[in-house]
Design a protein. Sequence first.
Length: 81
Amino acid sequence: MKNYTSDELATIVQKLICKKFDSPLEIKKVFAANIKGKVKSISSKELTETELETKSLKIAKSVFDDLNRIDKRIIEAQLSS
């Protein structure tokens, strides 16, 4: 069995994140309940299903846009803790 360095493991995790979450829709699908709950909690009024979907997709897109900010140092720190 191969022993991996923390850098190698971080590289693998980084690639898996990019592969698994290759679009905002994928993020929305995987985290749908969490995103909808957050949207409902920050909304000052009751949202229609269309409004909820629109806002959820906007959040998923924002998260997708920030995925490239996850670098290997952050992953290494999480793996070692």
